[in-house]
Design a protein. Sequence first.
Length: 146
Amino acid sequence: MTITRTTAKRRYNLELDNNNHSVFNLNYHLIICVKYRRRVINDLIAVEIFEMFSRIGKSYHVTLSEGNHDVDHIHILMKAHPNSDLSRFIGAFKSASSRLIKKDHPEIRSKLWKEAFWSTSYCLLTVGGAPLSILKAYIESQGEHQ
């Protein structure tokens, strides 16, 4: 059985995106921490962060699905195209948002005295779709007569 857009939607109940040559559903969970885990993110700053994420993401074919924050880190659920360069996008987002947040909120400089707002590391996880066990079983069953 070949998985087409129709059979994939029916079988896994997916909302698929597409471009000229492919259909896809690529979801990621991104976690980024403030440098030194300083407790500087409030609701106002979080809104600005997520707005910047959405604005910068357009250039990289990345869209914000959901975002939330704690005082020292953010969580983002995002969708991307297969040709999106996620590490380059994350670097551009962290750089631009760091610069703009520190410019718009000078009070943060007392807690983050150097230029960086974000930690150099981040956590990026794939999410969504069918569980691995179902996909493995489906692939193993290919070629069998039903």
